[in-house]
Design a protein around this ligand. Structure first.
Ligand SMILES: Cc1cc2nc3c(=O)[nH]c(=O)nc-3n(C[C@H](O)[C@H](O)[C@H](O)COP(=O)(O)OP(=O)(O)OC[C@H]3O[C@@H](n4cnc5c(N)ncnc54)[C@H](O)[C@@H]3O)c2cc1C
Length: 596
């Protein structure tokens, strides 16, 4: 069975030494009292929960999956999941970054984001249950009526109820404009919903008293397409005005999907038959209300993949030091043993360092983005809020798609380090690969993320958001450009920044004549931007590590070496990505569709 050690040292490095989150939080009245000791203590406890309670259940969930009783429509989660969830609730974990007005602890999102990385490393399938609840909480907190907030937020905060997001239908996945579920207004102001949803994560289970489904549906007079979609809160058990549970609502699980990974999470077909619901936000504005949940979930999916990258790396690194095969090309390294450990082989090291650089770079970007989110939510300064919102909007598709693509590469590399043993179930590596694959698909496929980045976030505002990030890079380059020791990091960063500016202009000009040029370049473009952001953060991490490399703490030596590996071996991928992004759409779009 794989093991997992929470990466608390690296979290402290990112939080305190690189990004100095406490100094930023001190300026925000809601978080002025949060200090480093509190953050560290919370994460240490959260790490224990992840490694001691959740990690042992990861393989169990994969083996057993969820089971549906077709007569009652009830779903039983894998052995131990329910008990672990009860401990999670008892420990107050769901409330960590929720509003104190609804029983939350009011801690900044950076803390809960780090917690979620650890929970995901330990058990992604389990973590999706509270993960989706948190998205539902955010959505109702922003768009719910006073009554909805009173009835639902305390329960979602405490974790006694969980949440889901019900968008997908058989004929409608990426294109939500095709949605058919109907909502009929009732005399008492409520709505009756009828339709079929598929692929609903955590859609039915036995871990909580009630499930609050956030459902997209159409009102009778709604315009066609995505402009006619409204959002509804539809509880599994109806909720009386005093908050207690009423009768069973007309929403149930009609089937569970059998799937490649995340077996411990119930992916439910949901049937709505005159299900009672209440409108969230304005009529026909359901998509913008749901976007609160989707944006939270997109960052959340990035954290799933970061978690998997880290845990796969840890296990592969341990295995590589232990497994003896062949001799080092440069002569035996452990001559007393029958062979050297495979860690002596350059390509094994390359695979390990790739996973490590993606995990550590991802952690820095996750905290960086979430700190911007904390500022956006909690600052009293309108200009700061707008600035942070723009950067979060720009970085969200990158976190979602770059992290999840990287995790697919990294978990596969880490499996490869195990050779044939990686392919065998008992080592747990193949589960990481299988679990990681869905992250590239749901919450908007990675192609859709790249169209969002290039089409909407970059070209859609004439590069204004990108320029804001460019300014951060320019300031850093100017500040560090004269430091000889930083040249190896600053120069490639500055160079890539210039290339991205040129590439953006070039695609923008081509897109005026032919919009397919955006679709043809977007995926490569996002990956280039992912590297640009990683290069910025790896350079910042290198700066801290350079200053402390002689401190005697080998953590900084390793950090610097990983930074050098990143710049030498991973960043150069951008050269070929830029070439393919520039190669345009013609070779694909002029290929006769009949010839496929
Ligand atoms: C395990 C699992 C859990 C899920 N959980 C949930 C959940 O909790 N709630 C929920 O509502 N949904 C959920 N989903 C659904 C998921 O979000 C969708 O599968 C996803 O959005 C893609 O939709 P689709 O499967 O219909 O694919 P399609 O939309 O049919 O897309 C098929 C392919 O075409 C590509 N494509 C589509 N349009 C474009 C375009 N304009 N440009 C370029 N390429 C395009 C896509 O990128 C994809 O590669 C889940 C799915 C799975 C498998």
């Amino acid at each position: 069975m794989p093991s997992y050690t929470p990466p608390l040292r690296d979290m402290r490095f990112v939080l305190h030494e690189v990004l100095d989150v406490v100094a930023t939080l001190k300026r925000l009245p809601a978080h002025a009292d949060v200090d480093a000791d509190t953050i560290d203590a919370v994460l240490e406890e959260g790490g224990k929960f992840a490694s001691e309670v959740l990690a042992p259940l990861n393989a169990v969930g994969d083996e057993q999956g969820c089971t549906l009783d077709k007569a009652t429509h009830e779903v039983t989660s894998p052995k131990g999941f329910k008990e672990a969830y009860a401990k999670y609730v008892e420990g107050g974990w769901p409330a960590l970054s929720c509003d104190p007005a609804y029983g939350g602890q009011g801690l900044p999102h950076v803390v809960s984001q780090c917690l979620f990385e650890m929970l995901n490393s330990a058990n992604q399938a389990w973590t999706m249950y509270p993960g989706l609840s948190h998205g539902a909480y955010e959505c109702l907190h922003t768009h719910g009526t006073d009554v909805q907030k009173r009835l639902y937020l305390d329960k979602l905060t405490s974790g006694h109820w969980t949440g889901t997001m019900c968008l997908t239908e058989p004929q409608c996945g990426t294109d939500l404009g095709l949605l058919r579920t109907k909502a009929e207004p009732q005399a008492d102001g409520s709505y009756k919903l009828t339709g079929n949803k598929i692929f609903i994560s955590a859609g039915e289970h036995d871990m909580a008293e009630n499930i609050v489904h956030l459902v997209l549906a159409r009102l009778p007079d709604a315009p066609a397409g995505s402009k006619g979609i409204s959002l509804f809160a539809v509880p599994k058990w109806k909720v009386k005005t005093d908050g207690s549970l009423g009768e069973r609502n007309g929403i149930w699980c009609g089937g569970l999907e059998h799937k490649m990974g995340i077996h411990g999470n119930a992916t439910a077909q949901i049937v709505l038959e005159d299900a009672e619901g209440t409108l969230v936000g304005a009529p026909n504005k359901g998509l913008s209300a749901m976007f609160v949940m989707m944006n939270a979930a997109r960052l959340g999916v990035g954290m799933q993949s970061l978690g998997l990258t880290e845990v796969a790396y840890q296990n592969a690194a341990a295995y590589a030091k232990d497994r003896l095969q062949m001799r080092s090309l440069s002569g035996p390294k452990e001559p007393t043993k029958p062979a050297d450990p495979i860690i002596v082989h350059p390509d094994v090291r390359k695979m390990l360092l790739t996973a490590r650089a993606y995990a550590e770079g991802g952690r820095a970007l996750a905290v960086f983005t979430t700190l911007l989110l904390d500022r956006e939510v909690a600052t009293a300064d309108d200009a700061e809020r707008a600035e942070c919102a723009d950067l979060v909007a720009l970085l969200t598709p990158i976190v979602k798609a770059f992290f999840t693509d990287n995790a697919w590469i990294a978990t596969s590399h880490c499996l490869q380090v195990f050779g044939g043993h990686g392919y065998i179930r008992e080592w747990g590596m193949e589960q990481f690969v299988r679990d990681s694959r869905i992250n590239m698909i749901y919450e908007g496929t990675n192609t859709i993320q790249s169209l969002d980045l290039l089409g909407r976030k970059v070209l859609g505002d004439n590069g204004a958001k990108l320029k804001k990030f460019g300014k951060l890079i320019a300031d850093f380059v100017e500040a560090e450009g004269t430091d000889e020791a930083m040249q190896e990091f600053v120069n490639p960063l500055a160079e890539l920044g210039e290339k991205v500016t040129k590439l953006t202009t070039e695609i923008g000009l081509k897109a005026f004549k032919n919009p397919d040029e955006v679709g043809a370049a977007a995926v490569d473009y996002l990956r280039v931007c992912g590297h640009l952001v990683f290069a910025y953060l790896w350079a910042r991490m290198a700066k801290v590590a350079l200053a402390k490399q002689d401190s005697g703490d080998t953590f900084y030596v390793a950090k610097l070496a990983t930074a050098r590996f990143y710049f030498a071996k991973l960043l150069p991928e951008t050269a070929s990505l830029i070439r393919t992004a520039r190669a345009g759409s013609a070779t694909m779009m002029e290929f006769d569709a009949a010839l496929f």
